[in-house]
Ligand binder design. Structure first.
Ligand code: CU
Length: 280
């Protein structure tokens, strides 16, 4: 190997400084890019907890990402001028202790934070018993629409039978002979609920797996054929929001766009009365 030119000796250090700068820029740039508001406007009670968990993860992971890039940049800058790789910088034991400590620290920060912030949200979202005045809605997904049913004043859904299903005339297969179903209210791709009251959505699917997704409410639940999963949440803001299907369920998946309207309780009663009067 040729001996390096004496006046060329600065160049490796200069190159190392440039690479170090690249890492520092990537770290700072990544954090600057991530430090913005990503979530759609929040409109549910439990959603605040989900947002807190996501923010916690973004902040801690962002800090670790930045720290990692700064340390890497520093070592490249410091070590770039060396002619050859030297002996290890720390003893085997120090390396082992440092590795385990960093691993445990990561585990504590990431998993501990998620459990501490996430478990109460999980309990509210999946474990809570809905109050007796909850608005119960049955949502039956199909390729490619949301069939929505309210039980009406009697609080009972009428009987359905898959053999009676007809996509044009009777998409839910309602059995008209059941008196409990006489006051049921049916809508398509549109759900209206009162603000401040617990909403209980019972999900069903007629064909494939769909996913009931309300971004503003931090609600996402698969609708699985043969099962009736339930989501319970409290809308906190009036307005017209988007309902989307979050599973690629077929060619016209994009058509499964619905509207989720949150209105005042008197407006809701009025809306339900009007629907009941016109639907049957
Ligand atoms: Cu779908």
């Amino acid at each position: 190997m040729n001996k390096p030119e004496p006046n060329a000796r600065r160049s490796p250090a200069f190159e190392a400084a440039l690479v170090a700068l690249l890492f520092v820029t990537a770290g700072v740039g990544g954090v600057a890019y991530g430090a913005r508001s990503w979530m759609p406007e929040l409109a549910s009670r439990h959603g605040a907890g989900i947002d807190a968990m996501l923010h916690y993860l973004l902040v801690t992971v962002g800090a670790l990402f930045l720290a990692g890039h700064l340390v890497l940049g520093y070592f490249i800058w410091r070590g770039g001028g060396r002619r050859q790789i030297g002996l290890r910088m720390a003893s085997h034991k120090t390396e082992l202790v440092l590795s385990i400590a960093l691993g445990l620290g990561m585990l504590l920060i990431a998993e501990g934070g998620v459990i501490a912030i996430g478990m109460p949200v999980w309990t509210e979202y999946f474990g809570a018993t809905p109050p007796s005045d909850a608005v119960t809605i049955e949502v039956t997904a199909q390729q490619f629409a949301w069939n929505v049913r309210y039980p009406g004043p009697d609080g009972k859904f009428g009987r359905t039978d898959p053999r009676l299903m007809d996509d044009a005339l009777n998409p839910l297969g309602r059995d008209r002979s059941d008196p409990a179903g006489a006051d049921d209210v049916i809508t398509t791709n549109e759900i209206t609920v009162p603000v401040g009251r617990t909403v209980r959505v019972q999900l069903r699917s007629k064909d494939v797996i769909h996913s009931f997704f309300l971004p503003n409410f931090r609600v996402k639940q698969d609708a699985v054929p043969g099962m009736t999963p339930e989501v319970v949440f409290v809308p906190t803001r009036e307005g017209e929001f988007e309902l989307a299907c979050a599973q690629l369920c077929g060619l016209a998946h994009y058509r499964m766009r619905g509207f989720f309207n949150v209105v005042s309780p008197p407006q809701f009663d009025e809306w339900l009365r009007k629907q009941a009067a016109t639907a049957n």
